[in-house]
Design a binder for this molecule. Structure first.
Ligand code: F58
Length: 802
C-alpha cells in the first residue's frame, strides 16, 4: 500500500513535468502525453492531486476519443453527402467488452501510446485493465452483434448498431460456498469515456393508450404515457481505416412537464415523479426477470422502445438527407436487420409510422416494410422462441396489435388463394395463436412472414430451420431462407488479444494483411513442419499459458501448471451445452487417477480443466452445475496424490475481457453440445484462431470449423443431429443401456466424494426414461463413452506433441 502511494506520487510528479496541451490528433508520444495531461487538467473527473492508474485510464481514453471524434465526424459527413444505402443492426444486446486496446490498435497508434504512457509513469497494458467491460448482452448473440460492428466498420460499410443503454448490464458472478451469486455490475459507476450524448437526437415513444379513428378512416394511436428516447453514441472505429461508425444506444427519460411540482410540494414525492421513475425502469437492466407479469411487460416495453426510437431516427435521416424523396426509395436506402425476434416490433412500428404518421396506404407501407426488414434466427430451442400474450400486447401496443392482426389476416388469405395445399399448415404458420387458454403472438412467425430474408447462423442450423421449424414457409417462399454462418472479428480475437502469436504470423506470412483477410492464414500451411516456426509458436503459447496461470492464481488462489494441457470450456451454462458432460468426464478421470499406482499416474497426460460461464439467475440446474464444478475443484486441487496430474478450475465471472486472456492460453477447447442444439457457437472460432484444438460434436459451426482446420485437429465424438430424435425415442421406450463408466461417475458424486450438497436433483435429470426434467434429454449418457474415447485420443496426441 505504501508502495502504491509512493508510486502514485511518482506518477503525479511525472505528469507535472509534461505540459498540458490540447492536441487531439497527436501522433508523437510527447504530444500524446501532453494531450493526456491536458485531459487530466482541463476535463477533470477526480481531485487534481491524483494520477493513479484509474485517473490515467480516463484521461488516456479521452485523448483517444478526441482522435476518434475527428474520424467519426468525417464519416458522418461523408455518408451524409454520398447518401448510400445504410444498414441498421437492431439488437437488444451488444457485448462490447473493453474499448481502449481495440481503439488504439485500430487507429494504429499502439506504440506511440505505450511510449506516451511510459513518459507519464504508466504501462499501457495496466491502464487498459482499469476499464470496465460494457456487458450489455448475455452471450453469443450479443457478442456477435459487437463483432459485426467491428467488421462493418473495417469493411468501410455505412452501418449503424442500435441498442439500449442499460444502466446495469449482465450481472457480475460471485462464487461463494453456495455457488453462483449475482451482483449488479455498474459499468457506468463513474462514467463511460466512450459515449457521447446527442441532446438533439430525442424521440417520443408511446406506451398504452388507445386508437382513435379519424373521420376519413385513418387511425392514430393516442393517449397513454410518452417517454423520451435520448441517443447515446459510441464510436466504432474500423481497423486502419477512417471509417468510424456508431453504436447508438437509447436511454429513456421523462420530460420536466411530467414532474408534478404540485404533488411534490405537497409531500407526495413518489407520485410526483412517477413517470420519471417508470422511464428509468426501461433501461435499468439487461433482460429483466420475466417470470412475473410486471417483468414481461417491462421486457416488452424495452423491445418496443428500441424499435420505435430507432425507426423514427432512420426515417428522419431518410427524409433529411434529400428533400422531396419518394417513399418507394426507402428500401434502397435503409436495411434493417433484426437480431433474433427481440426487435420484431420494428415490423408493425414501421407499418404504423408509414401509415399513421406519413399517410401511406397499407399496400405501399407493406411493400416498403417487407423490402426493408430481414431477420436472423439464433435458436431452435422451443422455450427460446418468443411468444407474447395477446392481452399484454393489446394493453401496451393497441395500434400494433391491429396491424399484426391485419398482417395475419392477409397472410392467411394469400395462402388460401394461392396454395390451397397448405390449408392444414395454416394454424402453425400464421402469426396469432388464438388458443383460448393462452392467446399469443408468435414473433418468429411474424418475422418470417414479413422479412424479405431469414437466415440461420451456421449451415447445420439453417438446414434444421428449413427442414423443421420453418419448413412450411420454405415451400411458400423457396428462397427466403438462407444460411449465413457466424463470424468473429480477428482484430479483437487474435491481433489484439494475442500480440505474440500475431507477430509470428506476420513474420512468416511477410505481411499483416491477414488481420483483414483471414484467408491468408492458409499461407502458414507450407511452414507447418518448419521447426523454427514450431519453436516460436510453442514459446508464444507458453507465454500466454503463464499469463493465464497468473490470472487464475489471482482470481481463484489455485496454482496451475503451465506444462499441463490447458483444456477450456467457457460459455453460458446451459444443459444443452453440456458442461455436465465435461465435469462428469473430469470426475471419471479423477477416480481413475486415484485408483492408479504412482508409477501409472506418471504415464498420464497432466491436465488443467477450466470451466467458466454464467448461469441465468433462475436456471436451477445450471446453477447446480456451477456448484458441482467448484466442489469438484475443491477436492481434486487439494488432493496431493492427484493434483499434479489434474486440476479442475471454475473461472469466475466469465466475460469478454476474461475470454481475451483465456483463449490465447488454450490448447484444447470443448464445444460439446447435443447435436442440433447449438445454433452456431462463436468461441469455437476464437479458440481455433489462437491455435487451439477442439473436442466437439458435429453441431453448429463446429461442422464448418472442422472442415477449415482439418479433421486431425478436431476430436470428434457423439451422436449426430439426425440420430437425436431416434435416440430420444429409444430412451422413452426403455431401450437405453448406460455405459458402466457413466454409472461409475454419477455414483461417485452420489457417494459424497465432493461434499454434502444434494446433487440428486441434478443427477436425476440424467435418470429415468421419461418425465419432465428426466430421461437425459440432452443425451449426456449416450455420448459419454465416445466422449471419454475422444479425450483419450487428446491425451495421446498431447503426449506425442510434447
Ligand atoms: C446464441 N444465442 C446461440 N441467445 O446460442 C449461439 O449458438 C450462436 O452462436 C449465437 O447466438 C450467435 O448466433 C444467444 O446467445 C441469447 O443469449 C438469448 C438472449 C435473450 C434471452 C435468451 C437467450
Amino acid at each position: 500500500m505504501a508502495d502504491a502511494k509512493a508510486n502514485g506520487k511518482n506518477e503525479a510528479a511525472k505528469l507535472a513535468k509534461i505540459p498540458a496541451a490540447a492536441n487531439p490528433l497527436a501522433n508523437e508520444p510527447s504530444a500524446i502525453a501532453s494531450n493526456i495531461s491536458y485531459h487530466v487538467q482541463y476535463s477533470p473527473h477526480f481531485s487534481p492531486t491524483k494520477f493513479e492508474p484509474e485517473q490515467a485510464f480516463f484521461a488516456t481514453a479521452e485523448s483517444v476519443r478526441d482522435r476518434l471524434i475527428q474520424q467519426w465526424n468525417e464519416t458522418y459527413h461523408h455518408f451524409n453527402k454520398v447518401d448510400p444505402k445504410q444498414t441498421y443492426y437492431l439488437s437488444m444486446e451488444f457485448l462490447q467488452g473493453r474499448t481502449l486496446t481495440n481503439a488504439i490498435g485500430s487507429l494504429d497508434i499502439q506504440n506511440a501510446y505505450a511510449d506516451a504512457l511510459n513518459n507519464l509513469g504508466h504501462v499501457l497494458e495496466e491502464i487498459a485493465e482499469q476499464e470496465k467491460d460494457a456487458a450489455l448482452g448475455n452471450g453469443g448473440l450479443g457478442r456477435l452483434a459487437s463483432c459485426f460492428l467491428d467488421s462493418m466498420a473495417t469493411l468501410n460499410l455505412p452501418a449503424w448498431g442500435y441498442g439500449l443503454r442499460y444502466r446495469y448490464g449482465l450481472f457480475k458472478q460471485k462464487i461463494t460456498k453456495q455457488g453462483q451469486e449475482e451482483v449488479a455490475e455498474d459499468w457506468l459507476e463513474k462514467f463511460s469515456p466512450w459515449e457521447v450524448v446527442r441532446h438533439d437526437v430525442v424521440f417520443p415513444v408511446r406506451f398504452f393508450g388507445s386508437v382513435m379513428v379519424n373521420p376519413n378512416g385513418t387511425r392514430k394511436w393516442v393517449g397513454g404515457e410518452v417517454v423520451q428516447a435520448v441517443a447515446y453514441d459510441i464510436p466504432i472505429p474500423g481497423y486502419k481505416t477512417k471509417n468510424t461508425i456508431s453504436l447508438r444506444l437509447w436511454d429513456a427519460k421523462a420530460s420536466a412537464e411530467d414532474f408534478n411540482l404540485f404533488q411534490f410540494n405537497d409531500g407526495q414525492y413518489e407520485s410526483a415523479a412517477q413517470l420519471h421513475s417508470r422511464a428509468q425502469q426501461i433501461c435499468a437492466v439487461l433482460y429483466p426477470g420475466d417470470s412475473t407479469e410486471e417483468g414481461k411487460l417491462l421486457r416488452l416495453k424495452q423491445q418496443f422502445f428500441l424499435c420505435s426510437a430507432s425507426l423514427q431516427d432512420m426515417i428522419l435521416r431518410f427524409k433529411e438527407r434529400k428533400s422531396g424523396r419518394q417513399w418507394s426509395e426507402f428500401p434502397s436506402k435503409v436495411a434493417v436487420q433484426l437480431n433474433d425476434t427481440h426487435p420484431t416490433l420494428a415490423i408493425p412500428e414501421l407499418m404504423r409510422l408509414l401509415m399513421d404518421e406519413e399517410g401511406l396506404g397499407w399496400d405501399e407501407a407493406w411493400d416498403i416494410t417487407t423490402r426493408t426488414v430481414a431477420y436472423t434466427n439464433h435458436t431452435v430451442l422451443p422455450e427460446a422462441l418468443e411468444k407474447w400474450s395477446q392481452a399484454v400486447m393489446w394493453k401496451l401496443l393497441p395500434r400494433h396489435m391491429e396491424i399484426i392482426e391485419e398482417i395475419d389476416k392477409r397472410f392467411i388469405a394469400m395462402v388460401r388463394s394461392t396454395r390451397s395445399d397448405l390449408e392444414s399448415k395454416i394454424p402453425s404458420m400464421c402469426i396469432l395463436d388464438n388458443n383460448p387458454k393462452k392467446p399469443v403472438v408468435r414473433m418468429a412467425n411474424l418475422c418470417v412472414v414479413s422479412a424479405h430474408t431469414v437466415n440461420g447462423v451456421a449451415q447445420l442450423h439453417s438446414d434444421i430451420l428449413k427442414a423443421d421449424l420453418f419448413a412450411d414457409y420454405v415451400s411458400l417462399w423457396p428462397n427466403k431462407l438462407q444460411n449465413k454462418t457466424n463470424g468473429i472479428t480477428p482484430r479483437r480475437w487474435l491481433r489484439f488479444c494475442n500480440p505474440e502469436l500475431s507477430k509470428i504470423i506476420t513474420k512468416w506470412l511477410k505481411t499483416d494483411q491477414w488481420v483483414t483477410n483471414l484467408d491468408l492464414l492458409v499461407g502458414l500451411r507450407q511452414f507447418a513442419d518448419n521447426t523454427e516456426l514450431q519453436a516460436e509458436w510453442e514459446s508464444a503459447k507458453m507465454a500466454s499459458k503463464k499469463h493465464l496461470a497468473d490470472y487464475i492464481w489471482r482470481v481463484t488462489g489455485v496454482t496451475i501448471d503451465p506444462n499441463s494441457l490447458f483444456d477450456i470450456q467457457v460459455k453460458r451454462i446451459h444443459e444443452y451445452k453440456r458442461q455436465l458432460l465435461n465435469i462428469l468426464g473430469a470426475i471419471y478421470r479423477y477416480k481413475k487417477l486415484k485408483e492408479m499406482s504412482p508409477q501409472e499416474r506418471k504415464k498420464t497426460t497432466p491436465r488443467t480443466i477450466m470451466i467458466g460461464g454464467k448461469a441465468f439467475a433462475t436456471y436451477t440446474n445450471a446453477k447446480r452445475i456451477v456448484k458441482l464444478v467448484n466442489d469438484v475443484g475443491e477436492v481434486v486441487n487439494t488432493d496431493p496424490e492427484v493434483n499434479s496430474y489434474l486440476k479442475v478450475v471454475f473461472v469466475p465471472n466469465y466475460n469478454v475481457s476474461v475470454a481475451e486472456l483465456l483463449i490465447p492460453g488454450s490448447e484444447l477447447s470443448q464445444h460439446i453440445s447435443t447435436a442440433g442444439m447449438e445454433a452456431s457457437g462463436t468461441s469455437n472460432m476464437k479458440f481455433s484462431l489462437n491455435g487451439c484444438l477442439i473436442i466437439g460434436t458435429l453441431d453448429g459451426a463446429n461442422v464448418e470449423i472442422r472442415q477449415e482446420i482439418g479433421e486431425e485437429n478436431f476430436f470428434l465424438f457423439g451422436a449426430v443431429a439426425e440420430q437425436v430424435p431416434k435416440l430420444r425415442k429409444e430412451r422413452e421406450d426403455g431401450l437405453f443401456k448406460p455405459d458402466p463408466r457413466f454409472e461409475e461417475a454419477k455414483q461417485f458424486i452420489r457417494s459424497g466424494a465432493f461434499g454434502s450438497y444434494d446433487y440428486n436433483p441434478l443427477l436425476d435429470s440424467l435418470e429415468g426414461n421419461t418425465g419432465y426434467g428426466r430421461g437425459d434429454y440432452f443425451l449426456v449418457g449416450y455420448d459419454f463413452p465416445s466422449y471419454l474415447e475422444a479425450q483419450d485420443r487428446v491425451d495421446q496426441a498431447y503426449k506425442r506433441s510434447g
